[in-house]
Design a protein around this ligand. Structure first.
Ligand code: IPM
Ligand code: MG
Length: 368
């Protein structure tokens, strides 16, 4: 029997509730396909700060490195929110593990489930046919550049008085752009063969280098893929203007963060979107949404993005495509039957079709 070890990072807020449903589904497909999944749980984010004083303990890195794949739920919450640069933040756990595992490619697919098409705030004819993949560079740029906050005795306050100064640095190296470009073109080859590369080349030097490198990789290795450059401000507009025209969207870390939230909203149901973060070793899978501290512990969170991140894990880490397809079909069937968690229910949803976190997980398992 094939056997894989999964490092589980439940994190904070609704994390523990939704990851339990992810494991439930993983166990069910495992039983069906004769694959065993073994779990090792570790701390990341706010819960790690509470237990150890740091958001990304060494033991968590070791557990992640030992595993065949990492399944993360969500980190963060108001309890740990601070603007004090000396205090630990849950997000440092997320950024730390991305960097430490070398997860430079972040895939965020944006697809519409037909049963949820009405959830979008955009007109149905605009949303019709949306199926895009954001390929976000995840270990470079502003997130990881030199930064500092300091007190300037003269010049940073009003009229040259003393005050605070701060900076963050946006830097990319050629190989970082090259490898993410390659990932995007490879993804496009398996899809509709079209890449939009998003930058701000009319202003930023990093973007001009980005554009040059993306075109070189394209011309040398992927000439058959259609490549379009688009400035990030225009991309923000076009994503809601004609979202169905996009296939693969490749961009640097910060632009990708912003555009992926925008793209998620095209579907109107952030609770449905999964993501995969890939590098050269162990990969990490997580929902695109956050830890929803306001509804934590109530058993009402939507586990489907977590379950769909398990689907991505089966595809990208274990090449279990048939099992992955089963999960997608099961989720689609559950939605087609009208089952909803509160976040994706609407006025037309009968009360008896609104279910909690665990019941939603059970429904998916029943349809496998
Ligand atoms: C995301 C999140 C993170 C990011 C935060 C929580 C650090 O917004 O995964 O998109 O900005 O990358
Ligand atoms: Mg984000």
């Amino acid at each position: 029997m094939r056997s894989y070890s999964i490092c589980l990072l439940p994190g904070d807020g609704i994390g523990p509730e939704i990851i339990a449903e992810g494991c439930k589904v993983l166990d069910a497909v495992g039983a069906k396909y004769g694959v065993e999944f073994r779990y090792e749980e570790a701390l990341l984010g706010g819960c790690a700060i509470d237990a150890t004083g740091t958001a990304f303990p060494e033991t968590t890195l070791e557990a992640a490195q030992r595993a065949d794949a990492v399944l993360l739920a969500a980190v963060g919450g108001p309890k740990w929110d601070t603007t004090d640069p000396t205090k630990p933040r849950p997000e440092q756990g997320l950024l730390g593990i991305r960097k430490a595992l070398g997860l430079y490619t972040n895939l965020r697919p944006v697809q519409i489930f037909a049963a949820l098409a009405d959830a979008s705030t955009l007109k149905p004819e605009v949303v019709d046919g949306v199926d895009l993949m954001i390929v976000r560079e995840l270990t470079g740029g502003l997130y990881f550049g030199a930064r500092e906050r300091f007190y300037d005795e003269a010049g940073a306050g009003t009229d040259g008085a003393a005050g605070q100064r701060a900076y963050d640095t946006l830097e990319y190296r050629e190989y970082e752009v090259e490898r993410i470009a390659r990932q995007a073109f490879e993804a496009a080859r398996k899809r509709r063969g079209r890449v939009h590369s998003i930058d701000k080349a009319n202003v930023l030097e990093t973007s001009r280098m980005w554009r040059e490198v993306v075109h070189r990789v394209h011309d040398e290795e992927f000439p058959e893929v259609e490549l379009f450059d688009m400035l990030v401000d225009n991309a923000a507009m076009q994503l809601i203007n004609r979202p169905a025209d996009f296939d693969v969207v490749v961009t640097e870390n910060m632009f990708g963060d912003i555009l992926s939230d925008e793209a998620a909203q095209i579907t109107g149901s952030l609770g449905m979107l999964a993501s995969a973060s890939l590098g050269d070793g162990t990969a990490l899978y997580e929902p695109s949404h956050g830890s929803a501290p306001d509804i934590a512990g109530q058993g009402i969170a939507n586990p489907l993005a977590q379950i769909l991140s398990v689907e991505m894990m089966l595809r990208y880490s274990f090449a279990l495509d048939a099992a992955a397809d089963d999960i997608r079909r099961a989720v689609t069937a559950v939605l087609d039957e009208g089952w909803r968690t509160g976040d994706i229910a609407d006025v037309a949803t009968p009360a008896e079709r609104i279910v909690g976190t665990a019941a939603m997980g059970d429904l998916v398992v029943a349809h496998l």
